[in-house]
Design a protein around this ligand. Sequence first.
Ligand SMILES: [Zn+2]
Ligand SMILES: [Zn+2]
Length: 261
Amino acid sequence: MRLIVLGCTGSGPGPTSPASGYLVQAGGSNLVLDLGNGTFGPLQRHLDPWELTGVAFSHLHPDHCADFSALVVHRRYHPYPPFDATRRPLPVLAPMEAPRRFAAQYAPSAQELAETDLTDVFTFHALADGRRIPVGATTVRAARVDHLCEAYALRVEHGGRALVFSGDTGPCESLVELARGADVLLCEASWPHVTARWTEPPTGVHLSARQAGEHAAAAGVARLLLTHVPPWADGEALLTEAKETFDGPVELVVPDAAYDI
Ligand SMILES: [Zn+2]
Ligand SMILES: [Zn+2]
């Protein structure tokens, strides 16, 4: 498998990176995990979007799904499509509310929303805790995690290799279980463990870098990649913090970086 970072900034796009988005290539399949603000641009540097096999969304905060609207336009209104998109709807794995919320995100008026049904060019598959969904040559397994809304960590497997993406989550055992023995844990690290505002981070929102390292260690993953660092955070300090709790290789991802898994 190959992981390519489209964007990795947390909570919104930053000056040097779009928000959350990752391309996973395996066995001829092209799966995108999240399409946050600004990620549809770099996606086109790495892949003709017509070659997508599927898109999976960890949750529906805009920094993880805002560019779905760009994909709708591409799929519906590209003047020279290589095939009839209505005959080959693109699989979209997402929380239950996605069809309704993506329609609202796309439609510019109440009138158009009343007529908007995105199932002409997409097939929606609702994620659920423990559910496995095959996408091309990969299998995606979801685990419910502890965030502000219906949110999932996603495990992508192909040919005996496994990548786990945390999505956004506070500390939770379900992420450890999903990531058990994975080759790579792509894990959010949104803030330092101790700040001027707290001595323990709030629960049910995000992981500190220390907690990202703790989850990686508890799951026994081979490698930890830190992501979702907001523009106002010090990435190098977060990297140092994660190394204190995880003995294996740790890196801070950057846009356009590629990793063989
Ligand atoms: Zn986020
Ligand atoms: Zn979120």
